[in-house]
Design a protein around this ligand. Structure first.
Ligand code: 2RA
Length: 332
């Protein structure tokens, strides 16, 4: 049975990508509502065959809506989430507002879709850098436990939305253009900061990888050390990941396991780069190699489109799973 869907934050980079993915994947929509804060209400969105008018979010706008995909920041989510829950619609939220709440499943469908079953109205979409890292580890996780991971990220400017992409473009054209979105010029530069630093000099983005990874893997003992860096790339995040596994696994066993990981592509000819991974849903891994200094140490490199699998596609996959398993109020 088709369902009534709403995208909240329809005018932003993630919201627009959600609409595109819903159409590409032929999500069983009876209707699609475009919702946003008062600031964006009234805008016209290109829906391909036709255009859509963005409505202001309100409890009334949720009438008959079964599933809401959220692509707005935490402050709006904290205001709107209780209203969405009260409407009975399932809220798949891309913000970080509820990711660490005990009664909110935090889900990457290829890894822990079963957690969607115990939702209480909200399912949280993990942070893009977390989705990339966990997907990249999935073949190793089929073979053994990961004790520790040390990650360096190379994050695209799309992580800061349209304004981040516009800033890069502006500074490439005019390198003297003052930074507004990022703390320093991002064109022809890299910035080792995403989010505020805590008293120990760890950024908010770096904490997400550890805290979210432990919830998704249901492994409170997972050790994560992460350095998150903004790079002058438009849409595709990359990560260098070092893992220490509980038992020794061979590279060939990992390569074989990768074949059975949906959504994962192995590219060792010679390796993935952000350019060719952009606008695809695949998480692409490469540069698999042992750490000669540590028998259980392994390195790998990975890339994935931040707006697609890093945000919109993962959220839509959560919606698909909920629909297929009759977890929406109308269900199948
Ligand atoms: C970023 N992961 O890249 C954060 C939010 N998308 O800015």
């Amino acid at each position: 049975e088709k369902v009534n869907v709403a995208v909240l934050g329809a005018t932003g980079a993630v919201g627009r990508t959600m609409i595109r993915i819903l159409q590409e994947r032929r999500f069983p929509m009876r209707s699609l509502k475009l919702l946003a804060s008062p600031h964006s209400a009234g805008k016209v969105i290109d829906l391909g065959a036709k255009t859509g008018i963005v409505e202001e979010f309100s409890p009334a706008a949720l009438k008959d809506v079964d599933l809401v995909f959220g692509a707005v920041d935490n402050d709006l989510v904290e205001e709107y989430a209780p209203l969405i829950q009260r409407s009975g619609a399932l809220f798949v939220d891309n913000s970080s507002a509820f990711r660490l709440e005990e009664d909110v499943p935090l889900v990457i469908p290829e890894i822990n879709a079963r957690d969607i079953r115990w939702h209480h109205g909200i399912v949280a979409n993990p942070n893009c850098a977390t989705i990339l890292a966990m997907m990249a580890l999935s073949p190793i996780l089929k073979l053994t436990r990961v004790k520790r991971m040390i990650v360096s990220t190379y994050q695209a400017v799309s992580g800061a939305g349209m304004k981040g992409m516009d800033e890069l473009e502006r500074q490439i054209r005019d390198p003297s253009a003052a930074p507004e979105v990022f703390p320093f010029p991002i064109a022809f530069n890299v910035i080792p900061q995403i989010g505020d630093f805590d008293e120990n000099g760890i950024s908010a983005e770096e904490w997400k990888m550890q805290n979210e990874g432990r919830r998704i893997l249901h492994d409170e003992a997972l050790q994560v050390s992460c350095t998150c860096v903004r790079v002058p790339v438009y849409r595709c995040h990359s990560e260098s990941i070092y893992v220490e596994t509980e038992t020794e696994v061979s590279l060939d066993a990992i390569r074989q396991a990768a074949e059975e990981c949906p959504g994962l592509v192995l590219n060792e000819a010679p390796y993935p780069t952000p350019k060719e991974c952009t606008d695809s849903d695949a998480v692409v891994i490469g540069r698999l190699r042992r750490d000669e200094a540590c028998p259980h140490g392994l390195h790998l490199w990975c890339c994935c489109d931040q707006l697609r699998k890093g945000a919109a596609t993962n959220a839509v996959q959560i919606g698909e799973w909920a629909w297929q398993n009759g977890l929406l109020k109308k269900g199948v």
